[in-house]
Design a protein. Sequence first.
Length: 166
Amino acid sequence: MSLRLCASLLLITALLLQGCGFQLRGSTNSIAKSYGSVHLINKSGDEALSKIVEQALLDTGTKVTPSSANILELLDSDEDKRTASYSSRGKSAEYELLKEIRFLFRKRDDVLIPETTFHARRSYLYRETAAVGKAEEENILKREMDQDLAQRILLAIRRSSQEDTQ
């Protein structure tokens, strides 16, 4: 293919994607543009999730400061681990990790996102012979769930800013 043809196809593709409403997550309406800063209050007691949410906010260019009028409250966090399946010997062969977070987002006393609950779920196979490795796998999955929940919270905040401008 010629260079001009490739460039033309790329331009047409970009125009079609733009015309159908496709946009990269956070590309046009970031939290930093809409709110500038956020005060993060962790009432959940989940320090690991709170740190991941704070870092995710900082990664968007949003300042995290107690003097902000925009307040993100992490209200409650709950984790659970249960057996998803058993081996032929009656021992746990697969575990399921569950986590939920309740939060709200407000600007001073105006609630922009009412109390909302997000859930995350992961599962992994378990072998007694690899207990140490499986414990590390469980920790990695827990971090992934925290990152997933943090991204979902940020996406909800982005949506609230879009609704605010419409």
